[in-house]
Design a protein around this ligand. Sequence first.
Ligand SMILES: NC(=O)c1ccc[n+]([C@@H]2O[C@H](COP(=O)([O-])OP(=O)(O)OC[C@H]3O[C@@H](n4cnc5c(N)ncnc54)[C@H](OP(=O)(O)O)[C@@H]3O)[C@@H](O)[C@H]2O)c1
Length: 301
Amino acid sequence: MRTARGAGDAGRSGKCDRCPGFLGPRRVIILSSVRLMESRLLIVGGGRMGGALVHGLLAAQWRSADIVVVEPSAERRSELAAEFPVLEVRADVTGIDDVDAAVLAVKPAVGEQACRALSTTGVNRVLSIMAGVPLARLESWLAPSTAVVRAMPNTPATVRAGVSAIAAGSGAAEADLQWAEELLGAVGHVVRLPEGSLDAVTGLSGSGPAYVFLVVEALIGAGMAVGLSQEVSRELATDTLVGAARLLVESGQTPESLREQVTSPGGTTEAGLRVLEERGVRVAITAAVAAATERSRQMAV
Ligand SMILES: NC(=O)c1ccc[n+]([C@@H]2O[C@H](COP(=O)([O-])OP(=O)(O)OC[C@H]3O[C@@H](n4cnc5c(N)ncnc54)[C@H](OP(=O)(O)O)[C@@H]3O)[C@@H](O)[C@H]2O)c1
């Protein structure tokens, strides 16, 4: 499994450090024998994830001029215009002829319609972040020569701390995967997996932020139950989560080792952990990920 870590691994204007030989998306396309024009990235759907991607790409030194967003909601277009003043945001793809790559960030229910519209734009490379829409389905909706990469990101992408898994379609080459890694690398960490693993990814990291929020909610309530105010409980629980996550990443140690280091025999942490083990917290988490994975399988359109 190959991984690419961190927002901005691949700079917008240069080559990706991890992708030698990869010419970034700012390729020059020949539209006629006399006209040269640089291609832009088309983001279809300017909602939460589409907006997060724009934010991440601009932070990774892309220029607003290199991106065009299609978003049918007038209200959302106004919000995007306020957030990204120079960005071009259109109501539909009509008249767009300077794009060769697109990100599909619409809800799965409108995926087919969005794919069919793309066939009028000359796009030949597509990254879909739509949950539950298989590569074979995407390929059947897009022009036959389109290279398709499917991704499963998660909501921390909105603060450039996401994790995404990507899978290659039948016509996607190494350069297409590197391109997808560059885009999603602007909003977090990227791993490559076969498409068959994406339901499990959905069950773990796609739904995972919600499991963690539930744990934080429970910790806040538990802090109040032992006499702390809601405000103090919230602050302690949140900072404990952030601190533990940073320690895990920055120390490079396993979660088992870090847990053992704070668990003295007969001490307070041991008393608390014993209750979690006795009440089956591991069993519950395993069952939760399995249930979400199964639901993802069932929901595939
Ligand atoms: N949010 C997550 O955590 C997450 C995680 C993994 C994957 N995903 C996937 O990411 C995709 C986007 O999710 P989201 O949370 O960003 O949804 P969202 O906030 O609803 O954004 C989708 C946007 O696409 C617009 N849209 C609808 N039809 C369109 C069309 N034909 N052409 C262009 N734009 C169109 C929608 O406008 P209207 O509001 O007017 O319909 C909306 O603004 C979904 O497929 C979801 O499965 C999301």
